[in-house]
Design a protein around this ligand. Structure first.
Ligand SMILES: Cc1ncc(COP(=O)(O)O)c(C=O)c1O
Length: 452
């Protein structure tokens, strides 16, 4: 008989360079038994959807930590917060300005509410294949083009830790009276490392990704009076369970209390660890660690574009030969997620593993990747999902209207969405992702779903 999921989990031994941010560090966080504290809304334990007691206290702590006017604790991840924010700000059939490299939850909100997106596509770093920042100029142009958009939504930081200038983008949005939603799912730890800063009108943050919190715990923060808090509370009820887990909420509470007490010291210790790691990584000959001003240093992006190894092979070698499980692999890089719960040994293990792998590598020619261009839209995703569809070969699909989402997971950014016109470049991109053995999600491995 195969191992139970519980046994498999108990026997995990690889070092976690991935989410959740607590890194299973029971030395720091202790061990507490979920069954003993798993309850429903009994007397004295408040109600997440109408919080006024112990749960509201957690929300106040969150608001203080993020510098928000109001925070909602979430137990269905950032996904439910993003859906709720978009639906609160838009009406069915409205227009929205969105960064093309948004997470699938944004695409799903757009589909659900039959929204017409005006995409802002940040330039691609054509060497590594990593999206760079969204610029204020890009957002301004989109607003000129679509002045009746009901919201702007961008991702900052991205899966690869790339940060956009939110202050500047927020100013542009404010001038035009359009609310800005920042998907900061990957930036829950930012106030600890980079100080508090308002992030548009709404930010949605996955505490579980980079802080000591159980998986699914997130929060939605409101920074301005432009946002109707009551409406957000209502839309959250559409996307969030009516039976929120007290185990998850308690982990949010513990996380906030730990950060209030020891956050600064833990962040300083981790900054020191990272400094040591980045310094040591300078001696790598072939691999290199992405390290620029507008990047979150705790997200270690190991680039291999000039080598004879792919991001996926690098990911596999770290796992197989060095017992390190990374967060994700792409064609030309792998991502190791670090947090205040890492150990010195963990970072040292990664440092030594990269030095060992680097020795075996050879220089290889790197051909620039094509820029990403948002495809032409024939129908909204909502309309396209209502149409009859058929599967055709990838070759045959070129020039046709797509009937499905295709994305590599992670990072979960679609290459194409329903209603968009398939181009030869998009087919090429899908083929290359499959060749690189990335986890490409689509209906069929060889074919694409198109509208009849
Ligand atoms: C940019 C981005 N936004 C939102 C989400 C959704 O977050 P959650 O898993 O907390 O629902 C993810 C998940 O990976 C993400 O990468």
């Amino acid at each position: 008989m195969s191992d139970s999921l519980f046994d498999k989990l108990k026997n995990l031994s690889l070092y976690p360079m991935h989410m959740p941010g607590h890194k299973r560090n029971s030395d720091l966080l202790g061990n507490f038994l979920p069954y003993g504290i798993d309850i429903t809304e009994i007397t004295g334990f408040d109600d997440l959807h109408r919080a006024s007691g112990v749960i509201d206290d957690i929300q106040r702590r969150l608001a203080a930590f993020y510098g928000a006017k109001k925070s909602f604790l979430l137990v269905n991840g950032s996904t439910c917060g993003i859906m709720a924010a978009v639906v609160a700000l838009c009406s069915f059939g409205d227009k929205i300005i969105a960064a093309r490299n948004c997470h699938r939850s944004v695409y799903k909100a757009i589909e659900l509410y039959n929204l017409s997106p005006d995409w802002v596509t940040p330039p691609l770093d054509t060497q590594t294949g990593i999206f760079t920042s969204v610029s204020a100029e890009g957002v301004e142009k989109a607003i000129e083009h679509t002045p009746d958009a009901k919201a702007v939504i961008i991702t900052t930081p991205t899966y690869e830790g790339v940060v956009s200038d939110t202050q500047k983008i927020a100013k542009v949005c404010e001038k035009c009276g359009i609310p800005l939603i920042c998907d900061t799912a990957h930036g829950a730890h930012f106030p600890l490392f980079y100080g508090k800063s308002a992030v548009g009108d709404i930010s949605v943050t996955s505490l579980h990704k980079t802080l000591p919190c159980l998986t699914q715990v997130a929060c939605l923060n409101i920074f301005s009076d432009k946002v109707n808090t009551e409406r957000i509370a209502e839309t959250l009820q559409m996307f969030e369970t009516s039976s929120p887990s007290y185990v998850l909420m308690a982990s949010g509470d513990r996380c906030m209390r730990l950060l209030e007490k020891e956050g600064k010291e833990l962040a300083q210790r981790h900054t020191d660890r990272l400094e040591h790691f980045y310094k040591a990584a300078e001696s790598l000959k072939h691999l290199h660690i992405k390290n620029s001003e507008n990047c979150d240093k705790s997200r270690i992006v190991i680039c291999c574009e000039n080598t004879d190894i792919s991001g996926k092979e690098l990911f596999d070698r770290l796992r197989r030969e060095h017992g390190i499980e990374c967060e994700m692999a792409s064609m030309r890089y792998a991502v190791a997620l670090t947090s205040i719960c890492d150990s010195d040994e963990g970072l040292l293990r990664l440092e030594n593993a990269l030095a060992a792998i680097d020795k075996d590598l050879h220089k290889a020619q790197c051909t620039p990747l094509p820029e990403i261009i948002a495809p032409k839209v024939y129908k909204t995703a909502y309309q396209a999902q209502k149409c009859e569809k058929l599967l055709v070969s990838l070759d045959e699909s070129i020039g046709k209207v797509c009937g499905e989402y295709v994305w590599a997971y992670p990072p979960g950014v679609p290459v194409i969405a329903p209603g968009e016109v398939i181009t030869a470049d998009i087919v090429q991109n899908i083929l290359e992702m499959r060749r690189a053995k990335l986890n490409v999600i689509s209906r069929d491995k060889e074919k694409l779903l198109i509208l009849k």
